[in-house]
Design a protein around this ligand. Structure first.
Ligand SMILES: *[C@@H]1O[C@H](CO)[C@@H](O)[C@H](O)[C@H]1NC(C)=O
Ligand SMILES: *[C@@H]1O[C@H](CO)[C@@H](O)[C@H](O)[C@H]1NC(C)=O
Ligand SMILES: *[C@@H]1O[C@H](CO)[C@@H](O)[C@H](O)[C@H]1NC(C)=O
Ligand SMILES: *[C@@H]1O[C@H](CO)[C@@H](O)[C@H](O)[C@H]1NC(C)=O
Ligand SMILES: *[C@@H]1O[C@H](CO)[C@@H](O)[C@H](O)[C@H]1NC(C)=O
Length: 307
């Protein structure tokens, strides 16, 4: 009985030992967040171990299928499945199994895991790659004379603010590729301000731009000027039309008699021609009938219509 209990205890300790061994063997070296600006390069390190037998980079992007990059030390061979040409070993994987990504695109965002099999155990290191897209900053005046600041197509969305306090709320517009355009007006604009400055903060950098807008009062003057101009042009247009109408009536009276003569003459010509042609046709019919009766049998048929 005592030996049985001992056996049980021994079994349990073995189990615990094995579990400890497993946890020791598959150690995660860390879960890192890496941010890269679109178009730039990035190197993801993988801790080199002595006596590595195998290294595998498992890449699962947010968009698209997974890809792997592997190295086997026993065969000194590398292989790749479905990985973009932009992803490759930084140097020789038997020396340094780091991964290099050149010209990072938005589609490269995702999880990158390096798995190492070595005599001292298995290791893996995971990275979460985030791609930053710097926004394009523009400032302009809207048609009410308010300054507007626009941070176009940034990822993540940029933080847009004005140097002077403005109670406006930023408007966001998302795009299909994951970028966001942020728009913010400057509303507390008064006559004595000449310049307002917009500040755009983003993980990829900080930018600022100043602008001076014409006030809405000036705009109103332009509006009235435009309306008056429209009114004046309409009046001139109607006056011109009226003038031409008067003028044309007078011209018509003068030119009508000579216009009538040429329009009638071609009709007269046809009138003159037509009876003649009918007459000729009739003549022919008579002649043909006569020739048929008299000499039609002696002459070849081709000659009769020619005459
Ligand atoms: C690596 O392998 C060599 C021989 O193959 C051995 O002598 C050395 O002890 C091993 N090192 C480790 C850390 O396992
Ligand atoms: C990346 O890993 C995290 C957990 O660490 C997971 O929640 C997420 O879904 C993974 N993303 C992809 C694209 O595999
Ligand atoms: C492994 O292969 C590379 C070329 O692919 C070669 O330069 C290197 O010497 C090889 N290493 C061993 C240990 O055979
Ligand atoms: C690689 O991509 C092809 C099609 O693009 C797919 O059929 C195949 O399953 C992928 N392989 C792996 C290992 O994901
Ligand atoms: C504009 O004028 C107001 C008072 O009319 C004044 O309090 C404010 O400081 C002025 N702002 C600037 C930028 O000069």
């Amino acid at each position: 009985m005592k030996t049985g209990a001992d056996m049980k205890i021994a079994g349990k300790t073995v189990c615990v030992f094995v579990l400890l061994a497993i946890t020791k063997v598959t150690r995660t070296v860390g879960n890192n967040r890496v941010s890269v600006t679109v178009g730039k390069s990035s190197v993801l390190a993988c801790p080199p171990k002595s006596n590595m037998t195998m290294v595998t980079w498992k890449i699962s992007p947010k968009a698209g299928g997974p890809c792997t990059l592997g190295y086997r030390a026993d065969q000194n061979k590398t292989d790749r499945t479905n990985c973009s040409d932009s992803m490759n070993w930084k140097s020789r994987p038997d020396w340094d199994p780091a991964l290099e990504i050149r010209q990072v695109g938005i589609a490269f965002e995702g999880n990158y895991t390096c798995e190492v099999v070595a005599t001292e155990g298995n290791f893996h290191k995971m990275y979460h790659l985030t791609v930053l897209v710097p926004p394009r900053l523009t400032v302009y005046c809207d048609n009410h004379g308010n300054p507007v600041c626009k941070a176009a197509a940034g990822k993540p969305p940029a933080r847009v603010s004005w140097v002077l306090e403005s109670n406006s709320t930023p408007e966001e517009e998302g795009h299909d590729n994951g970028t966001v355009t942020v728009l913010r007006k400057f509303t507390a604009y008064s006559t004595n301000m000449t310049n307002t400055t917009c500040i755009v903060s983003h993980p990829a950098g900080t930018w600022s731009k100043s602008i001076a807008c014409h006030l809405s009062g000036n705009n109103a003057i332009f509006k009235y000027a435009f309306i008056i101009l429209c009114f004046l042009s309409v009046i001139t247009f109607t006056a011109v039309i009226y003038y031409f109408k008067l003028h044309r009536d007078r011209l018509c009276h003068r030119t009508k008699p000579p216009e009538i003569a040429p329009t009638h003459s071609p009709q007269d010509d046809t009138m003159e021609v037509e009876p003649y042609t009918t007459y000729v046709q009739k003549e022919n019919v008579i002649y043909n009938s006569v020739s048929d009766l008299t000499v039609g049998q002696n002459l070849p048929q081709g000659l009769s219509p020619a005459t």
